[in-house]
Design a protein around this ligand. Sequence first.
Ligand SMILES: [Zn+2]
Length: 84
Amino acid sequence: MDNCREYLENLCSYVDGEVDDSVCREIEKHLAGCPDCRIMVDTLRKTVRLCREGKEEPLPEGLKARMEAILEKKWKEKFGKDEG
Ligand SMILES: [Zn+2]
């Protein structure tokens, strides 16, 4: 499950079409079995589109951190894990 984090690193690039084919396939494979990451990609795509329609700027810097926060919250909900 922890490799969600690793994928997260690439999701932004993936949405932007900036990853290699092999990475792209790996991500898609992971997405097929991971609804949380699918939601993430969906959200990213919408954000990217909005950014592009609005102004020509790269992804907001805080976006990745926000995505991680969302994922982390989801994991905790899902696995009931908490520190301590
Ligand atoms: Zn995942």
